[in-house]
Design a protein around this ligand. Sequence first.
Ligand code: PMP
Length: 370
Amino acid sequence: MDFPPLREELRGVEPYGAPQLSLEQAPVQLNVNENPYGPSAACAADIAAAVAEAATTLNRYPDREFTALREALASYLGHGVTADQVWAANGSNEVMLQLLQAFGGPRRVALSFAPTYSMYPEYARDTVTEWVVGHRETDFALDLDHAHDLVKERQPSVVLLPSPNNPTGTALPLEAVTALCEAAAGTGQSGVVVVDEAYGEFRRAGTPSALELLPRHRNLVVTRTMSKAFALAGARVGYLAAAPEICDAIRVVRLPYHLSAVTQATALAALRHAPELLGKVDELRAERDRTVDWLRGQGLTVADTDANFALFGTFADRHAVWQGLLDRGVLVRETGPDGWLRVSIGTAQEMQAFQDALTQVMALHREDGR
Ligand code: PMP
């Protein structure tokens, strides 16, 4: 008899998650695309004061509709987005799971294009939605004809399109979003197209946000997070902007009071400090571009990136390179297609440590190869 009575398709499955090592084990942590800069003392004090105030009412459930937070997020997003077009949850992971709970399910299809974020198939699995995955071009750009044909053929109720994509950093042109919104709307299911902009704030100049397209497509959903550029991964706050009907539909599947009073107070206080928390984005983008140039200068291939990470390679034995970096105190991510590694962009000192460690590891491997 199997115990516990786990669903058949979950048996033997490893829980998702990058290795989480202590700072003693890995002083330079460049593996989960966090912002390396924490809040200032003034910002942390303001968050603490907001949480202290919320603490006096913790005998009561929080505002189930998190009205103040929706208003604050709408005004942060701009683009004419209103509070009834905003929804939030504990990380954009939960937002997207709720989208699949509402719009996926048995006999329905969720679709994306690989290589892409490895949680997407898990949302589909957990909501018993069929998972269909198309391919990308060799430079990881979307093959629009293929994508369009697959949407028409499989009639997905949810299309997941990260922009920039994880783990490649590839941003999507708005024409692709428009074409796929139109293709998905024209199918029997009238599917929704989710543009996951978790890394949207790191876009290179001139790369537009899909928020611009919201007024034109009522089946478009743009998700964002406070975990990356906003330097608030520990608070677990993600959100979306979409037509009010989509936000209303999610209310059917969300658990009651899913956003705690502490989370709402934290997010509201953090939003008051948006300019400071986002203040390092330009520096991180410059550091990213420097890192990409340096990696290319070493003869490596690097995917063009609009995010706060870079996918580089290719290595005959990427695990050995990953381990070699870790042995030198630098933790990167072993992810993406075979032979590639992904490095998050940290401070200038952290990137120097990464470069020094990689130089040593590559020299060792060259010697081994002789
Ligand atoms: N989308 C993408 C593409 C991501 O890489 C991540 C985090 N790694 C998320 C969404 C979810 O982040 P969070 O739940 O912290 O908002």
